[in-house]
Design a binder for this molecule. Structure first.
Ligand code: NAD
Ligand code: UD1
Length: 337
């Protein structure tokens, strides 16, 4: 297959491209490098022995994207080109809405023009927002609590409307839970350009000495140790979920619209993660308990059965392996530049 991976230089995109190339697919990445670096392309080549096509462009640049679609006859689009920082989305809703919505409009418009049959879209468990029903299955209602989440929800609704009007296009929205970990080579991983907002990159930067101590946002949640519980999933498992979704879309051209969770189905607390990481890296992780972070829920983990039933996909790596690979990446990330 010939696949366009929009946002393919980023954290999840780069791992997905590695899996696609390793399976023998042709890949063209379009990325504006707003949250990634060009050396990722070299690293992907080093891991797989194959160099993906790379176009440095904004997905919203209709003229440029028209050229890309005209040049390559794509069989599918994987769309990961989004801005993803919740707090920033509250401060800059216009930027977030423009980037995260317009990118999808442009891609779908060109898919229709060039007859590309399927799109796999990066959605998020954030669309479920506050819910006390766990595990969360795909029938749960939208309860978005911030502009970032709203952009994911609106994209899903938009794609549903598009496939209804254009039966030649199908859309699978993958609702990721909490991706962590990195490729076992230590060459690609999550590479926050700023101080990390998410838990795992914060922990790894404390462990390596870049940051002094972790703040744990609340220890009075109704969970087994009072700290928030999440469904952490290895990014390589997540990447493989995209290939499984692609195969499903190819075999089921009439699928229309689907929203599918990608998670492990297991919940771990902040302290579970801190302790497992500590064992793996052989260091203690200094932390302090601080106030709850506004918008955080106590417990969130997936019902992953739909992905297993439809795609035959399920996550394989456990929490220890996620911590080992995150730690290797943190130790290696500046070495290959
Ligand atoms: P990332 O920032 O590492 O990757 C996104 C990539 O898209 C970056 O390389 C960035 O430069 C690029 N990009 C952004 N806007 C673009 C545009 N207009 N044109 C071209 N390139 C553009 O983020 P990630 O963690 O790999 O996330 C990928 C997708 O998955 C995002 O849509 C994100 O919202 C979604 N998601 C991520 C998580 C997570 O925890 N990482 C969870 C749920 C959903
Ligand atoms: C967050 C976003 C979510 C987004 C996801 C992936 C919020 C409210 N939610 O999810 O929309 O899809 O990232 O980008 O921002 N924690 C600490 N200290 C820290 C960081 C986190 O205690 O320094 C805790 C949080 O309270 C939470 C857990 O760790 O209980 C996981 O947090 P995080 O990695 O930020 O992911 P989510 O909040 O689940």
């Amino acid at each position: 297959m010939n696949i366009l991976v929009a946002g393919g230089a980023g954290y999840i995109g780069s791992h997905t491209v590695v899996e696609l190339l390793s399976r023998g697919e042709q890949v063209v990445i379009v990325d504006n490098l707003s949250n990634s670096r060009e050396h990722v392309i070299d690293r992907i080549e080093r891991i797989t022995g194959k160099r993906p096509g790379f176009v440095k462009a904004d997905v919203r640049d209709t003229g440029k994207m028209n050229e890309v679609f005209a040049q390559y006859k794509f069989d599918a689009v994987i769309h990961l080109a989004g801005l993803k920082v919740v707090g920033e989305s509250v401060e800059k809703p216009i930027v977030y809405y423009r980037n995260n919505l317009e990118s999808t409009w442009v891609l779908v418009d060109l898919m229709s023009k060039y007859k590309v049959p399927s799109i796999i879209f990066s959605s998020s468990a954030t669309v479920y927002g506050e819910t006390d029903q766990v595990p969360i299955n795909e029938n749960a209602e939208y309860h978005c609590t911030n502009p970032y989440g709203n952009t994911k929800m609106i994209n899903e609704i938009f794609l549903k409307d598009v496939v209804t009007a254009c039966p030649d296009i199908s859309a699978i929205c993958l609702r990721y839970f909490n991706p962590i970990g990195a490729h076992e080579s230590g060459q690609i991983g999550e590479d926050p350009l700023d101080i990390p907002n998410n838990l795992m990159p914060y922990i790894t930067q404390v462990a390596i000495g870049k940051l002094e101590r972790l703040s744990i946002f609340g220890d009075d949640y109704p969970t087994h140790d009072g700290t928030g519980v999440r469904d952490y999933i290895h990014v390589v498992d997540l990447a493989k979920g995209h290939l499984a979704a692609l195969d499903y879309a190819e075999q089921n051209p009439d699928l229309g619209f689907l929203a599918v969770n990608l998670g492990t189905g297991k919940g771990y607390s902040v302290l579970d993660l801190v302790h497992t990481f500590s064992e793996v890296c052989g260091k203690s992780i200094p932390y302090q308990i601080t106030a709850r972070r506004p918008g955080d829920v106590a417990t969130s983990y997936a019902d992953p059965s739909k992905a297993k039933e439809l795609f035959g996909w399920e996550a394989e790596f456990d929490l220890k392996r996620m911590c080992e690979d995150s730690w290797r990446w943190q130790k290696c990330c500046d070495k290959f530049i």
